[in-house]
Design a protein around this ligand. Structure first.
Ligand code: ADP
Ligand code: 5GP
Length: 206
């Protein structure tokens, strides 16, 4: 199972790139996080997030139901422990986690072979522009997220891949390339190589 972590400062484009991956690779599932953040415009419960209140979220933490969780921009976010099993049961070959750097660290600690991608904006000015043109947050929330961007970027060195999301089409190709390469890692296809060898051994000699 490919565990793919995508992380970036808010507004750099990780949701856009994640949507592209899910549209491109049928075998990928999106890990739907739980959050205490209020729902934005077009968001649907159970699709982008499972929306919950803070008290219910804290109960989940206390019961050990979360693989990882963190407080981000004043709200709680977390991934349920059964998210990977849910994807496996649905016949998926990979799961995409859209989490902050704290969540990425916790997932890597539990699953060291997880693959992590950090998405950078081409400039801080462009990051601000994207946060503003997305027009889904209040000016206070935008200011808070922009102020947090440098602290998030500061964690880039813990990630396997660093991707600059300047031209969107290029960035889509790049993230797609990462997934294609990772799905072809030796350990993922070793079983197939072994089955070929076995079939050769069993084949009657000419
Ligand atoms: P994040 O999930 O990292 O917070 P989003 O994917 O929501 O960011 O992107 C923030 C805004 O920037 C959205 O309005 C999105 O359409 C836009 N955007 C994303 N990538 C690019 C890009 N390469 N060029 C221009 N705009 C982009
Ligand atoms: P947003 O409110 O813009 O959807 O997300 C804000 C931040 O929370 C983003 O950095 C996003 O990656 C992070 N986030 C979303 N879900 C989770 C999660 O389950 N765990 C953690 N640790 N962070 C999350």
């Amino acid at each position: 199972m490919l565990l793919l972590i995508i992380c970036s400062p808010s507004g750099a484009g990780k949701s856009t790139l994640t949507r592209h991956l899910l549209a491109t690779f049928e075998g990928l599932a999106f890990s739907v996080s739980h959050t205490s953040r209020p729902r934005r415009g077009q968001e649907e419960d159970g699709v982008q997030y499972h929306f919950t209140d803070r008290a219910a979220f804290e109960t989940k933490i206390a019961r050990g139901e979360l693989l990882e969780w963190a407080e981000v921009h004043g709200n709680l976010y977390g991934t349920a422990v059964d998210e990977v099993e849910r994807a496996r049961a649905a016949g998926k070959v990979g799961v995409v986690f859209d989490v902050d750097h704290q969540g990425a660290r916790q997932i890597r600690a539990k699953a060291p072979d997880a693959v992590s991608v950090f998405v950078l904006p081409p400039s801080m000015e462009e990051l601000r522009r994207r946060l503003e043109t997305r027009a889904e947050d209040t000016p206070e929330v935008i200011a808070r997220r922009f102020a947090a961007a440098t602290r998030e970027i500061d964690h880039y060195s813990a990630f396997d891949y660093l991707l600059v999301n300047d031209d969107l089409e290029n960035a889509k190709r790049a993230v797609e390339g990462i997934v294609r390469a990772e799905l072809n890692r030796r350990h993922r296809n070793a079983g197939f190589a072994e089955s070929l060898l076995q079939s050769t051994l069993r084949a009657p000699r000419a």
